[in-house]
Design a protein around this ligand. Structure first.
Ligand SMILES: *Cc1c(COP(=O)(O)O)cnc(C)c1O
Length: 217
């Protein structure tokens, strides 16, 4: 695959869903990828990227921003409380707001530094023990709690269980977002982003289909 092929598929999915081409943000997930692969995608003009670890992102994105100018950087992985400030200084959006303690830390630091990234609340739609996220039954109350803190909540995010039909989880996330008046939906990865677009995704997070397989060795 390549960036242009993924964009073509994304645009086709948008048309099929009766939506405007280019209305979905394509977050190119560059975690673990070697710099030369990331640079190639930057050279093609793409400017929206996702990382799942604060420290890894701190190592590469300040340099890329210096070379390539403005980059829209999204944190899509779990955020430890002690890295909240660093994340807020580096990222334009955080997709993994998943607990009250973290929301409170973000609110406090936002007051201090006078800025806050766009926030997405992660919902554990599959109610999986090992997975982060607010349980679906607790999502409405958590959205309200974040709003009381004046946090800029743009939408919801989910990672469906691997062995289940993702479309069901995307539909559930869309339903929770709608009843809470949230327009942002961060859902869909390499294997299922077209299904996510069909269910109303506003942000898809695509890694290996753009960059190739990640080498964790
Ligand atoms: C790694 C990752 C992705 C991208 O996964 P691919 O299957 O490579 O597209 C998307 N979302 C999250 C939260 C991730 O950690």
């Amino acid at each position: 695959m390549s960036l242009s092929e993924i964009k073509d598929r994304l645009h086709a999915a948008e048309r099929a869903a009766g939506r405007a081409e280019g209305s979905t943000s394509l977050i190119a997930v560059s975690k673990v990828q070697p710099d030369e692969r990331v640079r190639a995608v930057l050279d093609e003009g793409h400017r929206c990227f996702g990382e799942n670890k604060v420290q890894e992102a701190q190592g590469k994105w300040p340099g890329f921003r210096e070379s390539f100018g403005d980059i829209d950087l999204h944190l899509i992985g779990p955020l430890q409380s002690n890295k909240t400030r660093a994340a807020m200084e580096l990222f334009d959006a955080i997709h993994s707001v998943d607990r009250a303690k973290l929301a409170k830390a973000i609110a406090r630091i936002a007051q201090e530094i006078g800025q806050c990234p766009d926030l997405f609340i992660q919902v554990n739609t599959g109610e999986e023990e090992q997975k982060a996220g607010i349980l679906p039954g607790e999502a409405d109350a958590f959205v309200a709690e974040c709003r009381e803190m004046d946090l800029p909540v743009r939408g919801l995010m989910c990672i469906p269980p691997v062995e289940e039909e993702p479309a069901l989880h995307f539909a559930l996330l869309a339903k929770i977002a709608e009843r809470n008046g949230l327009s942002g939906l961060s859902m869909g990865m390499s294997a299922d982003f077209e299904k996510a677009v069909a269910q109303g995704a506003t942000h898809v997070r695509v890694g290996s289909a753009i960059f190739g397989e990640r080498d964790y060795g």
